[in-house]
Design a protein around this ligand. Structure first.
Ligand SMILES: Cc1cc2nc3c(=O)[nH]c(=O)nc-3n(C[C@H](O)[C@H](O)[C@H](O)COP(=O)(O)OP(=O)(O)OC[C@H]3O[C@@H](n4cnc5c(N)ncnc54)[C@H](O)[C@@H]3O)c2cc1C
Length: 385
């Protein structure tokens, strides 16, 4: 089949990044002829994406709120010498919710089109070729085909995890989410459990590692998660869903996000937090920007400001990663996070949002050094390659 279709904007990959862009454009620039192209039968894969309420500025709530499936008013973190409750709202988007809401919005729009089961074979400035031979044309092409396409330079570390969504024998009302329970043996880097109550009888429990290598022993980890759940009083009857991720964390700057005239979005384009591997706050920034831009000429002054902010933040977090992975022995990395969680709530939220100020940056470096930091390795982490 050889057929050509004309659009204003082509969104390649129906994951988190392009779902946010589609939602933002449908709300703010409803006349945009938009194509959202996904190779699978559903949008969003198999995820629960979490973020802080602070990551969503008031102007984005209109299109982010419908995607939110879970809201928790507070969470806790636990380290050997510190437990802390953070009274800040934490939110979650599920893949199912994302698929339902985005496909409904696209169906209700007269100018947006959703292509599912549509693998993209070739992406160039101004056009996309599908595996079945159809060609889609559009002045703006945003290629967000996921973390696997990230091209990092220099050393890469990993945030890797496996999570089990489990059904419980008894309801656990009032359970406060535990974002980091690091009171566990530190194997394979900084390791912690992450426990979120999705419903009184349904929990997500994840075993997470900030590690040097990407290997994940899934069988062992499944067993460890079930043993951990038992230890904290969750009586699991069955596993309902499993999710896993091996997210590359960078230590050096990435190339700019426009490559051969194509805007590379999402994780592949560097729209993520180098230290946490989370991408929601940064992906949302790109979506908000595009929704307010002239899509025929989107790369002017406002674009330069957006990219400069991102690069400056990424430089700082890449440096932090060089300390964390280069100057801290794997089993001591937890000390850096424990120290970090002694900071103010506002500063912790800016850190997660990739929006740290100069004072924040100095505070993290000028304060007490975490136990285990090798000064020699820290100095070499500061030097250019
Ligand atoms: C399991 C998991 C949980 C995560 N949890 C969080 C979290 O809680 N908070 C957070 O901020 N970040 C989280 N992240 C990190 C990050 O937000 C996600 O990786 C996020 O999904 C990245 O968004 P993306 O749009 O770049 O890529 P993806 O969401 O991976 O989307 C890429 C899409 O492109 C499609 N695609 C690929 N190739 C083609 C092709 N040739 N043709 C058409 N379509 C194609 C894929 O099928 C996929 O749907 C998580 C990552 C994982 C893996």
């Amino acid at each position: 089949m050889s057929q050509t279709m004309q659009f204003d904007c082509l969104l390649v990959g129906g994951g988190l990044q392009n779902a946010l862009i589609a939602m933002a454009l449908i709300e703010r620039q409803p006349a945009t002829r938009l194509a959202l192209i996904e190779r699978d039968s559903r949008l969003g894969g198999n995820h629960l994406w979490c973020f802080h309420a602070r990551d969503v500025p008031p102007d984005a709530r209109g299109f982010v709120d419908p995607l939110v499936a879970h809201r928790w008013p507070a969470y806790e973190v636990a380290f050997p010498e510190l437990t802390r409750r953070m009274d800040v709202e934490y939110l979650g988007i599920t893949s199912d919710r994302l698929h339902e809401v985005v496909s409904q919005r696209v169906a209700a729009s007269s100018s947006a089109t959703l292509f599912c089961n549509a693998a993209v074979e070739r992406v160039t400035a101004g056009s996309v070729v599908l595996a079945d031979g159809r060609t889609l044309r559009g002045a703006l092409v945003v290629d967000s085909r996921g973390p696997e396409r990230l091209q990092a330079q220099g050393r890469t570390a990993y945030q890797k995890f496996l999570g089990l969504e489990v059904a419980l024998a008894e309801a656990q009302p009032g359970f406060v989410p535990k974002l980091m329970d690091a009171q566990v043996p530190q194997t394979d880097g900084y390791r912690f459990f992450y426990t979120l109550p999705l419903a009184p009888e349904r929990f997500l429990v994840e075993d997470t590692y900030y590690a040097d290598g990407p290997q994940l022993d899934r069988e062992r980890i499944r067993g460890e998660i079930l043993a951990y759940a038992q230890r904290i009083g969750l009586h699991v009857t069955n596993v309902v869903r499993e999710e896993t991720g091996v997210l590359p964390l960078t230590t050096r700057p990435l190339s700019p996000p426009i490559r051969d005239g194509v805007l590379v979005g999402g994780y592949a384009g560097g729209w993520f937090h180098p230290t946490t591997g989370y991408s929601f706050p940064v992906a949302l920034r790109l979506a908000r920007y595009l929704a307010s831009a002239d899509l025929r000429q989107p790369f002017g002054e406002g674009w330069n400001r957006l990219v400069a902010h991102r690069q400056s933040q990424a430089r700082y977090f890449n440096l932090l990663n060089r300390f964390l992975f280069g100057a801290m022995p794997p089993d001591q990395r937890r000390n850096a996070f424990e120290l970090f969680y002694r900071q103010s709530e506002a500063m912790i939220l800016r850190f997660y949002a990739m929006d740290v100020t100069l004072t924040d940056r100095l505070r993290l470096f000028a304060g007490r050094a975490p136990r285990g930091l090798s000064l020699r390795a820290a100095l070499s982490a500061l030097l250019p390659r």
